[in-house]
Design a protein around this ligand. Structure first.
Ligand SMILES: [Mg+2]
Length: 380
């Protein structure tokens, strides 16, 4: 298997659609209806293919033609675990999928102990955006987001992430704060006491506003507070001390974008409980290694994944290699060309198929036409 080499790399952008338009977060305008995952297919000289998310350019793809699998996938140091080296990160997901095809194993079985059927990963519904700015009445706004949470319940979700920070830019501060709290309470009312609620302010709060919202929602049991403000060791220390004093056990989550170089130092110091580097930006192999380090610090792993579609599935497989894995960020969409029907959500868990690689199926007709439209084929 390892003596095979890559003889062809194809790339195309596919387009899919969310079930509902995603609105604003605290700092950006409407996110919209569409997702556009770039998908690469890599093929060996034995005619075996793997596919997955990629942003590779044609010239980079051409430079990788002829690369043996032994280079693309190997052990580092003394451990037995194999990874895709940093040099090949541009086609990391297709390589993991290809190795799955060659070994007949799902990726989860390549990265962790569990090898059987019935593999699952906890996920959260990430679709509760700031979708209510057209409404002047706070209660109507809260009811709208609660109705969206109900749609998530109907899809099998039990964990929900709510976008907050309306008063950072979209609304006057006090009014936005009031609405944030009413939205949280309305969602809690709808999802029930057993469900898990996460908040994400996209850095739209400051320390005092964060304390205000956490204090006003104590009985709503917020599990994590994500990107309350741009990460800062002093402010996080203050927040942690304040939470301890008030018996608030909400976790601090951060690291999604433009993360501080000190993020991991603060995590090791106990100031940040959940690390959220992006599943594509940071990468699967690097996440596997980092997650195992976070395990030793008692810090949770919950990669950011929004708008990429493919990360819904790929992130599930990481869980098998990381003890303190938190959640898969689930950004539901339908993408013509990719059959994901072997993945389902039940009781807040993604049921992951025991199929080779990432377990997805590519529709070659749709993909070939996307390659012709605006993609490329690199071959030796
Ligand atoms: Mg976020």
């Amino acid at each position: 298997m390892l003596e095979q080499k890559i003889v062809q790399i194809e790339w195309a952008g596919l387009q899919g659609q969310r079930p509902r338009e995603a609105g604003c977060n605290s700092r950006l305008a409407i996110h919209g209806l569409y997702v556009r995952p770039g998908i690469a297919v890599i093929t060996t000289d034995q005619g075996v293919s793997g596919f997955g998310w990629s942003r590779i350019s044609q010239s980079e793809a051409e430079s990788l033609i002829g690369t043996p699998i032994a280079d693309l996938y190997g052990a580092e140091g003394e451990g037995e675990q194999k990874y895709v080296p940093d040099a090949y990160r541009a086609i990391e997901y297709p390589v993991w999928d290809l190795v799955g095809q060659l070994t007949g194993k799902p990726v989860y079985a390549l990265v962790g102990d569990y090898q059987g059927d019935g593999y699952t990963a906890p996920c959260y519904d990430t679709s509760l955006y700031i979708d209510d700015l057209h409404l002047t009445d706070h209660q109507e706004a809260a009811d709208l987001i609660a109705a969206e949470a109900q749609e998530g319940i109907d899809q099998g979700h039990t964990t929900f992430k709510i976008k907050i920070g309306r008063g950072a830019m979209h609304m006057p501060l006090e009014s936005g704060m009031q609405r944030d709290v009413m939205v949280i309470k309305a969602v809690r009312q709808t999802v029930g006491t057993e469900a898990t609620i996460l908040l994400d302010a996209n850095n739209g709060y400051n320390l005092n506003l964060t304390k205000t919202v956490l204090a006003e929602t104590i009985e709503d049991q917020v599990y994590w507070m994500e990107e309350a403000f741009h990460e800062d060791g002093q402010l996080y220390r203050n927040l942690k001390d304040w939470m301890a004093k008030h018996g608030i056990e909400t976790l601090v989550a951060d690291g999604e974008g433009g993360a501080s170089a000190n993020l991991l130092i603060w995590a090791e110091d106990g100031l940040i409980d959940v690390i959220q580097y992006d599943i594509f930006g940071y990468g699967f192999s690097r996440w596997l290694k980092l997650g195992q380090k976070l395990d030793t610090w008692g810090v949770h792993t919950a990669p950011h994944h929004y708008g990429g579609y493919y990360g819904n599935f790929a992130t599930c497989h990481l869980k098998n290699g990381i003890q303190n894995f938190g959640f898969v960020e689930w950004d539901a969409a339908v993408v013509p060309g990719i059959d994901d029907s072997s993945y389902t959500i039940q009781d807040g868990q993604v049921q992951v198929p025991n199929r080779p690689g990432f377990g997805l199926t590519l529709d070659r007709q749709v993909y070939d036409s996307a390659v012709k439209d605006d993609g490329f084929i690199a071959k030796g």
